[in-house]
Design a protein around this ligand. Structure first.
Ligand code: ADP
Ligand code: MG
Length: 156
């Protein structure tokens, strides 16, 4: 049975701050990490990913909707931000070399992961975002030991 924690966030700023808190915890381990971001269009998946990625020092984070993946690399980390919304076949992910995107020092943030089923790695953590107007609820579940320790680090 996976552990699930819920967090209520009142504004976009709180979502960004929360994503930065998660990123700070993720920074502390060098293990491969795969996070799925789930929720309807406009839920805040890209907003969350942007805050997370910026924490690692990358200022310009654009939505990978058209490019399928945007990668951010420096001496410390490789972050791969996927948006599979426009994916017609999971095989496309093999062509772009998704296999090289895993392993120590690699973090994958994946929007619309279900469309890449078969080609993408199983999630360590799944973040479901829902809500309307300015408020959002994040329902976060852990699916591996790494996911569990990361989720535990978010407990207040
Ligand atoms: P998705 O990637 O899930 O389609 P985006 O992150 O691109 O969604 O868009 C989310 C939209 O919702 C943005 O326009 C953002 O300003 C707005 N928004 C309002 N409140 C929040 C919140 N609490 N958290 C995240 N986004 C929010
Ligand atoms: Mg998006």
């Amino acid at each position: 049975m996976a552990i699930i924690l819920n967090f209520v966030l009142a504004s976009e700023k709180e979502t960004t701050q929360f994503s930065q808190r998660l990123a700070q915890s993720a920074k502390k381990n060098n293990d491969a990490l795969v996070i799925y971001l789930e929720g309807d269009l406009g839920a805040g998946k890209t907003t969350f990913a942007r805050g997370f990625i910026q924490t690692f020092g990358f200022d310009r984070v654009k939505s990978p909707t058209y490019a399928l993946v945007e990668s951010y690399q420096n001496d410390d980390i490789n972050i791969h931000h996927f948006d599979c919304y426009r994916l017609s076949d999971p095989e496309e992910l093999e062509y772009i070399g998704i296999r090289e995107y895993s392993g120590p020092g690699h973090i994958q943030l994946i929007e619309w992961a279900e469309l890449g089923k078969g080609a993408i790695e199983p999630a360590d953590m799944i973040i479901k975002i829902s809500g309307e107007d300015q408020a959002r609820t994040l329902s976060i579940s852990a699916h591996s030991k790494i996911g569990e320790s990361l989720l535990n680090s978010l407990k207040v």
